[in-house]
Write a protein that binds this ligand. Structure first.
Ligand SMILES: [Zn+2]
Length: 511
């Protein structure tokens, strides 16, 4: 990578890091404006057919959109997208009028096409975190170019066809149907990581998911096989909880960029627009054997196994807890050389040392955990929120295991949330914990628990406190001796040993 593009990537990422830790909130959901000037026809099925083409130097995109069904009043895209529109007209007709951030459609009948010319060079120069040029490729979110009718109908059939010059590829999260990509409502509402340019996509299946990966930037030390194996192990770590990867299809943009300090992978972020997409920053000097089991990829992929959770303490905390637990279950904690002689106890010790260190490092805040979570981005209270939330997860997990003799655990509640992913809305932790309460009450009624466990009450206790309780920070219930960050596994008392073992063996029972 040239000096300039490296700084561009760094600049981009500093902007991202300033905005959020590892997950960007989706774009503000647009409210359907159903009866703008009474022009919208009632819902039947609407069909939107997109066709995108670009030139070999990636300076311009020609975007055609043909619409059948509901007649739109205006086209919209993400914030500031209008400044990249060089021309927009009804096919064979006049240039569209602009009003605020919208393109006004006064002359389109119940079926018709619109042609847009979009300035990719300007997007890359001014798009900040949403578009950047890396070598001969662009990383950009579709919300910068995917202009769409302002109102997204409930019954929508939308597809995208790519018409790209030979040697140019585009990766994105959208499901593939023949020559088309299927666009669901979230493709228009939320951002995604996509790559467009001169690279050969790396495609493979792992843990029941088809991955499409774009490697952008300088040629890394790691081989394509090493990169495939890295992503595969992260997917398999997720599968320790969900039985398989949580999505059918996932696209990944890997940017090779150094100058970030230690660690094989410097940064990651998950997005949900149009499906699952992740961006990962790989250090150019990372060797193949340093990649399997590194935490960033596992962390980002675990976000795809949860619905979109509004409260950081839950979204990040639960993911943080399982990032450690599931890598231990997969047997990939520790360095490659340590691992070759490793047994289950080695993985358990590694995981508990990491959890103990995390809990201790994020133990206290000036205000409550609830307040730290609400103000996380302004106060940079990431550590407290991620690890305070992980402590909620662990506390709930342990209490469910103890009350059920290992028959029930947080794993069950995590799996129950996967059915909410397709709803493509934002959930509060309160809403999700109400569901947990009902689920757990059902277990109690069925005689699976020997005592009451209230997920909401457990969370409340943590959220109202300024510090994580000692019993969690010091791993009291797990039969360990914790000395200056080093864990010794004890063999007594027997019930604590059984509880400890059950954490790292997905279906273990305590009796
Ligand atoms: Zn995260």
């Amino acid at each position: 990578m040239s000096q300039r593009s490296r700084f561009t990537v760094l600049g981009l990422l500093i902007v991202i890091a300033g905005v959020t830790a590892c997950d960007r909130a989706p774009m503000q959901a647009r409210q359907p404006s159903s009866d703008l000037a009474g022009r919208e026809v009632p819902d039947g099925e609407s069909r939107w057919r997109y066709r995108a083409s670009v030139d070999g130097e990636l300076t311009r995109m020609q975007l055609g959109l043909c619409i059948e069904g509901s007649v739109p009043h205006a086209l919209v895209a993400g914030d500031d997208a209008l400044e990249f529109v060089r021309s927009a007209r009804v096919r064979g007709g006049d240039e569209l009028e602009r009003e605020g951030e919208r393109l006004i459609l006064d002359t389109l009948g119940s079926s018709g096409c619109i042609d847009l010319e979009l300035d990719l060079t300007a997007m890359a120069d001014q798009g900040e975190r949403d578009a950047t040029r890396i070598g001969e490729s662009l990383m950009l979110t579709p919300t910068l170019w995917l202009w769409h009718p302002e109102r997204i109908p409930e019954s929508l059939d939308a597809t995208l066809e790519l018409d790209l010059p030979i040697g140019i590829h585009m990766t994105g999260p959208w499901p593939i149907e023949g020559d088309q990509r299927r666009l669901d409502e979230s493709a228009f509402r939320w951002a995604a990581w996509t790559a467009l340019g001169r690279f050969e996509p790396i495609e493979f299946d792992a843990a029941g998911c088809s991955f499409e990966l774009a490697l952008l930037g300088a040629r890394p030390q790691a081989s394509d096989d090493g990169i495939r194996n890295w992503i595969r192990v992260a997917a398999e770590s997720s599968a320790q909880l969900f039985g398989r990867f949580s999505r059918e299809r996932t696209s990944v943009v890997v940017i090779v960029s150094g100058g970030w300090g230690g660690g094989p992978v410097h940064f990651g972020m998950a997005r949900r627009g149009g499906g699952a997409s992740a961006m990962l920053i790989l250090d150019p000097d990372t060797e193949d054997d340093e990649l399997p089991g590194e935490w960033v990829s596992t962390h980002e992929f675990l976000h795809f196994g949860m619905p979109l959770v509004a409260d950081p303490w839950m979204a990040e905390g639960f993911v943080t807890y399982y990032t450690t637990i599931l890598r231990a279950r997969r047997g990939v904690l520790g360095s490659d050389s340590e691992r070759s002689s490793a047994d289950a106890d080695f993985q358990t010790r590694q995981a508990l040392e990491m959890l103990a260190e995390g809990f201790a490092g994020g133990r206290t805040s000036a205000g409550t955990l609830a307040h730290a979570s609400e103000t996380m981005r302004e106060q940079h209270a990431y550590r407290r929120v991620y690890w305070g939330g992980a402590a909620v997860a662990m506390d709930l997990d342990l209490q469910l295991r103890l009350a059920s003799g290992g028959r029930r655990s947080l794993d069950d509640l995590m799996r129950s949330m996967t059915m909410l992913i397709p709803e493509r809305r934002r959930w509060t932790a309160d809403e999700l914990f109400e569901r947990f309460d009902r689920e757990v009450a059902g277990w109690r009624e069925a005689g699976e628990l020997d005592r009451e466990v209230s997920p909401s009450a457990i969370a409340r206790q943590h959220l109202d406190a300024r510090a994580t309780p000692d019993r969690i920070v010091e791993l009291h219930e797990l039969a360990v001796e914790l000395d200056a960050g080093t864990i010794r596994l004890l063999e007594h008392p027997a019930d604590h040993v059984a509880l400890r073992r059950s954490l790292f063996a997905p279906h273990a029972r305590l009796d």
